[in-house]
Design a protein around this ligand. Structure first.
Ligand SMILES: *Cc1c(COP(=O)(O)O)cnc(C)c1O
Length: 227
């Protein structure tokens, strides 16, 4: 099922939890892992789970419908044709990476019993393979984003480029923190950043040092993912 046993997963979760400041949310990233792994992590006390693909998550959610207090986080790029399903199946969407996607999400959320919680995905250093707002694009989009009244835009998600140096990683996380502070001083009406979704298995201590409030861990908890 995974490279590590249920007992090891449980131990790792408890170890990481003990090392985290109480206000930080640990999101277990379970993409490519079966629903039984989510049950193990749930039994160890976790309630926040991150998935990269809408369809894969829906299939696992159907198998876990008895675990009704899970909060589901979408952390992968969202295609606009899956927006409706995304807002129905996830409480949080971390990967809002364009104004166009935000507008589609806002439309799709009309009439839902609860508004989606959103993070804006930002690129603090150039990273061609990834989507996301550059700081300049984001600042230009803020007045419009602030009007999307079906969304709760609460955070920024920052991911350092693959194989980035420690210095670049620090620069990305510090840049996200500063950008969030700047947005909060821009005199907006609704949009307020109180979450920084940053930190994965390879870099979460640096993210915590920079002020992360949500870390997204897969490999650290579950070992290497199946291909
Ligand atoms: C896969 C993934 C993670 C978890 O990665 P690990 O290195 O296994 O902790 C976190 N965030 C995003 C956006 C991911 O796609």
């Amino acid at each position: 099922m995974t490279a590590v046993s249920a007992q090891q997963i449980t131990d790792r979760i408890h170890q990481v939890q003990l090392s985290l400041p109480p206000a930080v949310t640990l999101i277990a990233v379970t993409k490519l892992l079966p629903a039984e792994v989510i049950r193990i992590a749930y039994a160890a006390g976790l309630r926040h789970f991150g998935e990269s693909r809408v369809q894969e998550a829906i299939e696992k959610q159907a198998q876990l419908s008895d675990l009704s207090d899970i909060t589901w986080h979408l952390i992968g790029h969202l295609q606009t044709n899956k927006v409706r399903k995304a807002v129905e199946h996830f409480q949080w969407i971390h990967s809002v990476d364009s104004l166009k996607l935000a507008e589609k999400l806002n439309q799709a959320a009309l009439g839902l019993p609860r508004s989606p919680q959103c993070c804006l995905q930002v690129k603090l250093v150039p990273d061609p393979p990834k989507t996301g707002f550059s700081p300049a694009e984001l600042e230009a989009a803020l007045p419009r984003l602030d009007q999307l009244d079906q969304l709760n835009i609460r955070g920024l998600m920052a991911i350092p480029p693959q194989a980035a140096s420690q210095d670049t990683i620090r620069q990305v996380f510090a840049g996200a923190k500063e950008l969030g502070d700047r947005i909060n001083q821009a005199g907006l009406t609704r949009l307020h950043i109180d979450q920084l979704s940053m930190g994965m298995s390879g870099d979460y201590p640096l993210a915590l040092a920079a002020g992360a409030t949500m870390i997204r861990l897969g490999t650290t908890l579950f070992g290497p993912r199946p291909q």
